[in-house]
Design a binder for this molecule. Structure first.
Ligand SMILES: Cc1ncc(COP(=O)(O)O)c(C=O)c1O
Length: 415
């Protein structure tokens, strides 16, 4: 089968890339070309890292998870390209589409890796939106860092709310298409799938429609931070070789349980990925991060991840069942495709969603009961709502008990 490129005919990468980025001569180090030998090229400290003592090698090599060779090597800069991590990420995302001849497999040159998705979000804006001139479009309620990164970069945000009247908050694709048709200064669209805080997958057909916009020249970013809590095959990452104007972001912070190492990923056409890689600091991914990422992406790491996802999915089912039994807990207004739920709190048992009660519950739980969840009641379409991360079985038991106790105290004090 011949593979068809489905990118919008209006897409022109050169025209939407910031002129200074197009002209950028990327930083090059000697290590880009030569990695071994007597390494006197990068002003490192050849005497070793200050945290390393020679007795570490014998004393704890086998008794701890930490690789002492790694610590001994920390005086050296990390690999600027992270090819091994990139290859494992490609293998992971290629696996569900192995048999699909219409999909071109992902390769390392489709990737940019950053210090968490948060760095990926910022890098895309820095490459494709000129400060004080270009704009980006978001669909609230959504992840707050899109607006923060936009403001840091002096990029105006155009907001087209998700459909706030429909459960699951679908994208109002016609409104997005219209906004893009009317404003060529919008260079980026940020969609979140599954959404935060909506926990709903964005319909891939909606994304494809935007990607094929007949007149708009820009890039669609699909942030898939929570994708591994959704059914296998939900990721749009494999489509980046069909749509040159698609960037798919993922992270090791959620399903992998590796938030502490800060590893985020952008999948993109090789032309877009090259631009992202040109602007990054040469050694943005630390050796500690890449060593642990390689372990997380190894067969045993992936099998541990699968077990944890199964546990989270089953605890999510428990919360879906048990939370509504608490008097004063209302409807789940989001979807079920992530590791959190969005639920409304009522002004009284059997009453109506109430933002003041949700805020009181949130503050009391965090302030005096030792349970921290997220108040989302001020987000569009989220009146009275709280976002609750699915915890361990024990944590969820505490959450359910404390929510029940606190809500009953709040209602009693209102009487
Ligand atoms: C939708 C979404 N994208 C990105 C991130 C940031 O991820 P990272 O830890 O990789 O920076 C988060 C974190 O909560 C998120 O909810």
């Amino acid at each position: 089968m011949t593979v068809v490129n489905l990118t919008s005919p209006a897409f022109n990468l050169t025209a939407i890339t910031r002129p200074n980025i197009l002209l950028l001569e990327p930083y090059r180090c000697a290590r880009d070309d030569y990695k071994t030998g007597v390494l006197l090229d990068a002003n490192e400290n050849a005497y070793g890292p200050s945290v390393y003592t020679p007795d570490m090698a014998s004393s704890n090599a086998s008794s701890t998870f930490i690789d002492t060779d790694l610590i001994a090597g920390l005086n050296r800069y990390p690999d600027p390209h992270q090819e091994d991590v990139k290859q494992l990420l490609c293998d992971l995302r290629n696996a569900p589409n192995k048999e699909d001849s219409a999909i071109i497999p992902l390769a390392p040159d489709n990737l940019y890796v950053g210090v968490g998705s948060d760095e990926c979000i910022d890098t895309v804006i820095r490459c494709f939106a000129t400060p004080g001139k270009d704009k980006m479009l978001t669909c609230p309620p959504t992840y707050g860092m899109y607006s923060v990164a936009a403001q840091v970069n002096d990029v105006e945000v155009v907001k087209v709310n998700l459909d706030l009247e429909t459960k699951g908050f679908p994208v109002r694709v016609d409104n997005v298409m219209e906004a893009l048709a009317n404003d060529p200064s919008i260079h980026l669209v940020y969609l979140c799938s599954p959404g935060n805080p909506t926990a709903s997958l964005v319909d891939p057909e909606a994304v494809k429609k935007i990607l094929s916009h007949p007149t708009w020249n820009g890039i669609v970013v699909v942030d898939e931070a929570y994708i591994d809590f959704s059914p296998v095959g939900s990721s749009m990452a494999p489509l980046v070789n069909l749509y040159d104007n698609l960037i798919v972001m993922q992270t090791l912070s959620k399903a992998f349980g590796m938030a502490g190492i800060r590893l985020g990923v952008s999948f993109a056409s090789s032309a877009v990925a090259r631009i992202l890689n040109n602007v990054k600091a040469p050694y943005n991914i630390s050796s500690l991060t890449s060593t642990l990422a390689l372990k997380a992406l190894s067969p045993s790491g992936l099998s541990n991840m699968d077990k944890n996802i199964d546990a989270i999915v089953s605890q999510r089912a428990r919360l879906l069942q048990e939370l509504p039994k608490i008097p004063g807990v209302g409807n789940f207004i989001g979807g079920e495709a992530s590791n959190f739920l969005l639920v409304q709190i009522l002004d009284k048992p059997g009453g109506v969603p109430c933002t003041a009660t949700a805020l009181k519950l949130y503050e009391t739980l965090a302030g005096t009961k030792g349970v921290v969840i997220r108040f989302r009641g001020k987000e569009p379409g989220c009146v009275g709502s709280l976002r609750i991360t699915v915890g361990t079985e024990e944590e969820n038991t505490i959450l359910l008990d404390k929510m029940k106790e606190t809500l009953s105290e709040i209602y009693r004090s209102n009487m």
